[in-house]
Design a protein around this ligand. Sequence first.
Ligand SMILES: Nc1nc2c(ncn2[C@@H]2O[C@H](COP(=O)(O)OP(=O)(O)OP(=O)(O)O)[C@@H](O)[C@H]2O)c(=O)[nH]1
Length: 399
Amino acid sequence: MDLILIVIAVLVVLALAGGLWLYVGRRQGDLPEDLSAHKPTSIEDLFPQEGQEGQAAEEVGEREEPGAEPEARPAATTATLESPESIPGRMQRLRARLAGAGGFGKAVLSVLSRGDLTEADWEEIEDTLLTSDLGIEVTTQLMEELRTQAKVLDTSDPQAIRAVLRSELLALVDPDLDRSVNLERPAAAEGAEIAGTPAAAILMVGVNGTGKTTTCGKLARVLVAQDKSVVMGAADTFRAAAAEQLSTWGQRVGVEVVRSEREGADPASVAFDAVRTAAEQEADAVVVDTAGRLQNKAGLMDELGKIKRVMEKVAPVGEVLLVLDATTGQNGMRQAQVFAEAVGITGIVLTKLDGTAKGGIVVTVQKELGVPVKLVGLGEGADDLAPFDPEGFVDALLG
Ligand SMILES: Nc1nc2c(ncn2[C@@H]2O[C@H](COP(=O)(O)OP(=O)(O)OP(=O)(O)O)[C@@H](O)[C@H]2O)c(=O)[nH]1
């Protein structure tokens, strides 16, 4: 009898152990699936095959509905990632777009090609230059050079004239400036209490509506396409929609967005969380979006200065990009000056260059602010951001 009881007890124990093993086994089997949904493990995961882009756009569209999940998290959890356009394809398309916008170079060239120029022709050239946002000083300098060269050369030779104008414009744009975006990962600040290695930090500043958030998303997309791991920080806490917009970009490009759920939260604290998260994740770069709608210069200085200082508790910020709307001309320049004073800028992103024929702003902005245009925005599309290429720009202006 005892023996029968012992056998029954052993069978019960074995049955229980088997059940437990099956349960644990199933949980462990789930794990890789969950993880792969959170973090793409290979470059192929990041770039779906052709034909999936439409699906991605639809899913992102769904996420933009009011009441959509507001929490920041790695985008791959909810959206199929879009496939970025190749860099050469992007450059070619953008050059064509810029040339199509019709820069001032084309207009000047057409007058110069008329041959023996009258005083009225020269005035026409001067007017064109002045209305192209080149500014008086640069226009005067360029006019003198063109008049001198026109005397020296046979002005009826369009090729010779084109060459002169090309070299003058190129000199103004200055091909020797370093236009690379600093992606070098800095050493941690002294006493920084962080896990991991700091990421290269890029701080995006500028007036509201210039395209900061869009540029953060486009830039993250370019970096991801270059196989870099990126974190974005939504330090534009002025309005919840800005953080939501950045989160949508995060979902599109497969990048985690650090944000606060509270509208009006301290932007410096969100920026700090972003750089700390990036260091913990050993990310290559962290891109931080800011608000630009402060009432006065002192407030702006305080806020941007604080954001940068707090980020630098982790590591130095290697790149502060000022986003400028090319269509705002001289007005935009005045605002740019204020930002440049508030926080030392290292480069300019000139957006909406597709919406203006006034290419002269490139020259003015560099001259006034003393930093190079590094990136240009040429449309609202996800791939409409390109490195600024002086030669390509001048050639596009001249048609
Ligand atoms: N045509 C064109 N539109 C652009 C470009 N860059 C941004 N935009 C558009 O400009 C508008 C404003 O862009 P945002 O990125 O929201 O600007 P922001 O500076 O972040 O604005 P706030 O969040 O209000 O501070 C959007 O409709 C963008 O699609 C560009 O290069 N060309």
